[in-house]
Design a protein around this ligand. Structure first.
Ligand code: AHR
Length: 671
């Protein structure tokens, strides 16, 4: 029995008393089913920030695999006679490398890649190496492919290797699978020329064979699995600011992200700007593109929610006081509108009738992706946005009236811009408005009533980016997660207005982040889910289908609660309660309309142990309080939900809820 289970057992001793405990009463009327809770209510927001895509969720291990970075050999070490050329077989990625005999005895010719922020390989795992190659002078030549252990003190760095024969002057794809016998933390891939006949190489790729669902151009399995485990109702992608780009040319161009992976052009990410945490070598390969996003959404059962550029580059990166190249106007806006229309066709169109739908079919998905939602613009504000949005909406409404359109309320959750934008969004008649709030504890706790008096008519709310940023403590911490949970009870009580909510950002590489807090952290081998992740999971996996009225009385100052019924689970009643205070509570749950024996499943996120632990991305020495800590890569299971099942007699159940905890009670008819 672990410490937490023991705790729960003690909770059920009928006359539990605690000097510090205070009384709270939750009254739920289970006869009064209220608003429907949208299946999309709790979802995920994906953005390629913090190396979330290349070097993160995308399984590719080779940085700059097509030699298209601004300096074509970025990410590569070379030895011998290595020359970059630019008339390769893929017109949008024209660079490749020619490996020729060095002419010197004992001097090899070869190239080495050390991955994104390093490369790590798991012992016993298979890795698929592929390369496009040819013998420019025709004939036959050999390459030696190796995986290296750079920490090795042996005579040879190479941990496993194989030779491949390259034949003829036509470009062909060559594949070999390599397995290292043991886990290598600091690894690299090498490609050496054998013999004296030159060889051209292009699109050098290395993937684990064991990706999510085994796709060759696949996703890193542990990270994809964390998302699947959230059971998200919706997945927003590809951002965030990268939707907009620092310039219009570097916006996320979905058309560049589909089709043959070898021919997807490189893009400069908006997150490689500034000088604070710039990594200099952070680019987007588009290997994780729109086809892969839609396919993944289908596999995890999430509604896809693409957000596209509205023709405005990131307003934080540009002088927005005047028109300029950051703003598409007139004819140039038409291209952006066409992109939106083509995207809908790519997802839902008939491959026999539409060129974009044909690409979808050729990529392996002849049936539609069934797109229902489209975000137009990310964080936009100012005089231009609404008219530009309207220009998108007119043809889309006419051609695809079933598509729900999401507009922006800007980067701020209140104030003049926010109010003006909401007025404009009502005027143009979008279906949902995307709100963003990266705010402190106070905002999240008082914001629990944010939507109680919100207009019930007009566009609905998509809380599209939010996370509690502790005052002076902008890192992942347990107390911030508790505040997010409290806030989410308010979203849930107002599920008639709030139809979607997605925490942001999702991923961060421990050695490559630009923004924190984030939901999931990882290095090249491991990953860790934060307390914020578990809060999201508790809400998402206990969503229910209808809101139930709840009244909280007693010593309720730091108590936040919501209740739902789940018609898909035999009308189970689920009560969520968050205790943000420092005192335990003796809680009475009164369930009007229920009587007799029920099974109560209690799932709780709490901290029971008073030793502060290191923070995932913050020096342990600087963390003073347990509430400022979170799980870490070395200690990933410290704060995780725990579940117990008991029999209770309804309508009246009494239970102790510890200080600073999130508790979910699910009442089901006993079989
Ligand atoms: O989530 C990080 C960034 O925050 C997003 O890219 C942007 O939309 C917001 O400003």
């Amino acid at each position: 029995m672990n410490f937490q289970i023991l705790f729960y057992t003690l909770c059920f001793i009928a006359c539990f008393t605690h000097a510090e405990a205070q009384n709270v009463v939750l009254e739920i009327n289970t006869n009064k089913k209220g608003a429907e809770i949208a299946p999309t209510m709790y979802g995920v927001f994906f953005e390629d920030i913090n190396y979330g895509a290349d070097g993160g969720l995308y399984g590719e291990l080779i940085k700059n695999r097509s030699f298209e970075y601004p300096q074509p050999l970025m990410g590569w070490n070379t030895i011998g006679d290595v020359v970059v050329k630019d008339d390769g077989p893929f017109n949008r990625c024209p660079h490749y490398v020619r490996l020729s005999y060095s002419g010197k005895r004992d001097m090899a010719t070869g190239i080495e890649n050390r991955g994104f922020l390093g490369m790590s390989l798991l012992g016993g795992e298979q890795y698929r190496f592929t390369v496009w190659a040819r013998v420019p002078e025709d004939g036959e030549a050999q390459l030696n492919i190796g995986l290296r252990d750079l920490d090795s003190q042996e005579e040879n760095f190479t941990s496993c290797e194989t030779d491949i024969n390259v034949c003829g002057s036509e470009w062909s794809k060559y594949t070999v699978v390599l397995t290292t016998p043991y886990t290598i933390k600091k690894a690299s891939l090498t490609v050496f020329l054998k013999g004296t006949v030159p060889v051209d190489v292009e699109h050098i790729s290395l993937f684990p064979v064991n990706t999510w669902h085994g796709h060759e151009n696949g996703l890193r399995k542990d990270l994809a699995q964390h998302l699947a485990n959230l059971k998200p109702g919706v997945m927003r992608f590809p951002g965030g600011c990268i939707v907009e780009g620092a310039t219009l040319d570097t916006r996320y161009n979905w058309k560049h992200s589909i089709g043959t992976v070898e021919n997807r052009p490189l893009n400069e990410t908006r997150w490689n700007y500034g000088k604070e945490r710039t990594h200099f070598d952070y680019y987007q390969s588009y290997g994780l593109g729109f086809f892969e996003f839609f396919q993944f959404c289908e596999e995890i059962g999430a509604e896809p929610l693409p957000v596209i550029s509205c023709g405005m580059a990131c307003q934080f990166n540009n002088d927005i006081t005047k028109k300029g190249s950051w703003l598409a106007q007139g004819d140039s806006l038409k291209e952006f509108i066409q992109d939106a229309i083509d995207l809908i066709e790519f997802c839902n169109g008939d491959p026999e009738k539409n060129e974009w739908a044909k690409i979808r079919a050729e990529m392996g998905h002849p049936t539609p992706f069934n797109l229902k939602y489209l975000g137009i613009g990310n964080e936009q504000w100012g005089e231009w946005y609404a008219p530009m949005l309207k220009a998108f909406m007119e043809p889309i409404r006419k051609l695809y009236p079933q598509i729900k359109i999401i507009g922006s309320s800007g980067p701020w959750p209140d104030g003049k811009e926010y109010d003006d934008l909401w007025a404009e969004m009502r005027r143009v008649g979008v279906d949902l408005v995307d709100e963003h709030f990266y705010k402190d504890e106070e905002f999240f706790l008082s914001g629990v009533n944010r939507y109680d008096n919100f207009p019930r008519k007009g566009p609905k709310v998509f809380a599209g980016e939010y996370a509690c940023h502790g005052t002076g403590k902008k890192w992942n911490r347990y107390y911030s997660a508790i505040c997010e949970a409290a806030f989410m009870t308010g979203l849930e009580r107002n599920a008639d207005v709030v139809r979607m909510a997605t925490y942001a950002p999702l991923f961060a590489h421990i050695d490559g982040w630009q923004w924190r807090p984030d939901m999931i952290w990882f290095d090249n081998l491991r990953s860790v889910c934060t307390s914020s992740y578990y809060v999201q999971q508790l809400f998402s996996t206990n969503r229910g289908t209808h809101v139930l009225p709840i009244k909280v009385t007693g010593n309720s100052e730091k108590i936040y609660a919501s209740a739902v019924a789940d018609k898909d689970d035999n009308d189970a009643v689920i009560v969520k309660m968050v205790n943000t205070g420092e005192k335990d509570t003796q809680t009475s749950i009164k369930l009007k309309g229920m009587s007799g024996e029920y099974t109560m499943i209690t799932t709780m996120l709490s901290v029971f142990d008073s030793t502060p632990l290191e923070n995932v991305n913050y020096g342990a020495d600087k963390v003073h309080s347990l509430l400022d800590c979170d799980n870490s890569l070395d200690n990933p299971m410290r704060i995780i939900p725990d579940t117990v099942e008991t029999k209770v007699m309804c309508p009246h159940v009494t239970i102790k809820i510890p200080a600073h905890s999130v508790a979910i009670f699910s009442f089901k008819v006993t079989d």
